[in-house]
Design a protein around this ligand. Structure first.
Ligand code: F0G
Length: 446
């Protein structure tokens, strides 16, 4: 392990520090979340972000090829020999004027970051490259995760690549088929719990503690280090400029937490001058963050988050036997484990939170499909959310915006087919049945 990296509790009243060779998924002293931290003075960090661009010329080096590890000086918690990569992070930042028109911003301003182009089809691979590097460095033999689908697909893929035994917990009937097929095909032991994601998350933590399995959910501080690189690639895609806004879907809140940390570090290192604003978009059927931030006024408060507001909120969910419901199954989560880190990111990035309906998500998804490279429903929440923010005058028509499209269109083909075939939205594109006859087919086309 690097002696310039360490783990630190995010609770300012605790602030306990631990060596990176130790495996914790919460602070062993106070139970709060942990960060991976760096003594930057002891690390070699380039003077300019654009220096990382030089690595495009040495892509025969596996670490320079990786879209995560070519930024390795910004997440250097383990020696290169342990760094795991399967070629993640070869993603595209696409300027898209047709989708810009849909959300109401000027041509040239909207950029879509296609994380669905990762090996397992979602942004999770950025995090797993980093987390499996840590797992390998500490000699883990078995691992586990809870998932709404993409984490399990990514964990299963990296686990067999690294030779770790792998168990994934998914909510029965709560996971899109593309994702379930991946977990099974990649050889994970797949446990379908009769419950939702939050139930799976609770169970997997208990199981990992009891059986000593290495946990790969975003409670794992090293995983979030890998997810920081999505922001580096957006900056790179903009010619090493920072956008005005980053828009991201909110589920378990790992991405938003990682993005806030990334920008905070880049600013501290003098590698960027301004921090973009962050908008986190929930689905209305799974909007704990929106409710807590916008209605209950929960804030980071310099790390002294009002725990009573959270406890009361969750007690109410339990009393009502509430289980979240949205067609964007990836973000169907009501007790996000990274809530506090996300509040910190909102603080760092002058961020805000919105919720959008399933109908708005599905329509936005169809627009991204028609004019872009497509994405899964949760990813489309970004465009649906941005449309609101532009209409409300929060995001200016002249501002530069990057939306993180977190997962591939083919993750959830059932929803896509249903939307189009059953004419569920204003952009449904119905398939037409034709007789097996040339003249009739030609007549249909013309
Ligand atoms: N988009 C997609 C496609 C996802 O799979 C997820 C999370 C999110 C957005 C939300 O990201 O948790 O960082 O706020 N999926 C997790 C999973 C929960 O198990 O695959 P987050």
């Amino acid at each position: 392990m690097s002696d310039a990296a360490f783990q630190k509790c995010i609770n300012p009243d605790c602030g306990a520090e631990f060596d990176c060779s130790q495996v914790f998924f919460e602070c062993p002293r106070c139970g709060e979340l942990l960060d991976a931290c760096y003594n930057w003075d002891k690390m070699e960090v380039p003077n300019n972000l654009s220096d990382f661009g030089k690595r495009w010329a040495s892509r025969d080096n596996r670490l320079d090829f990786s879209g995560v590890w070519r930024f390795r000086e910004l997440l250097n918690f383990c020696a290169d020999q342990y760094k795991v990569t399967i070629g993640e992070g070869q993603t595209i930042l696409q300027q898209n004027d047709r989708v810009a028109e849909y959300v109401g911003i000027k041509p040239g301003r909207l950029h879509l970051q296609y994380e669905g182009l990762n090996p397992s089809g979602s942004f999770k691979d950025n995090g797993m490259a980093a987390a499996f590097s840590h797992a390998t460095a500490v000699g883990a033999k078995s691992c586990a995760c809870a998932s709404t689908g993409n984490t399990s697909a990514s964990v299963a893929l990296y686990a067999h690549h690294c030779g770790l035994k792998c168990t994934v917990f998914v909510g029965s009937g709560r996971i899109a088929f593309g994702k379930l097929s991946q977990a099974m095909d990649y050889g994970a032991q797949t446990i379908q719990i009769l419950g939702d994601f939050d139930d799976c998350m609770r169970q997997v933590q208990a199981v990992c503690k009891k059986l000593g399995l290495y946990l790969l959910n975003s409670l794992n501080p090293f995983r979030l280090e890998g997810q920081k690189t999505i922001m580096y690639r957006i900056i790179e895609g903009l010619g090493w400029q920072v956008p005005d806004w980053i828009i991201v879907p909110g589920g378990n809140l790992g991405n938003s937490s990682a993005f806030g940390k990334a920008f905070d570090e880049l600013k501290q290192l003098g590698l960027i001058e301004k921090i973009p604003r962050l908008a986190i978009i929930n689905a209305t059927g799974a909007d704990t963050l929106t409710d807590l931030v916008n209605n209950k006024k929960l804030t980071w408060n310099a790390g002294r988050v009002d725990q009573k507001i959270i406890d009361d909120y969750y007690a109410d969910l339990t009393a009502r036997s509430f289980s979240p419901r949205t067609c964007a199954s990836a973000i169907e989560i009501s007790r996000p484990v990274n809530l506090k880190k996300c509040l910190r990111a909102i603080d760092i990035c002058n961020g805000l939170v919105r919720a959008v309906t399933d109908e708005q998500i599905c329509d936005a998804k169809a627009i991204i499909g028609a004019y872009g490279l497509g994405c899964e429903p949760a990813s489309a929440a970004t465009i649906a959310g941005l449309r609101h923010l532009v209409a409300d005058g929060v995001v200016g028509k002249d501002q530069t915006v990057a939306c993180v499209l977190t997962g591939h269109l083919l993750k959830d083909p059932d929803l896509t087919v249903k939307y189009h075939r059953d004419k569920l939205g204003q952009f449904s594109n119905l398939p037409v049945e034709a007789p097996n006859d040339l003249d009739a087919i030609i007549k249909l086309i013309s």
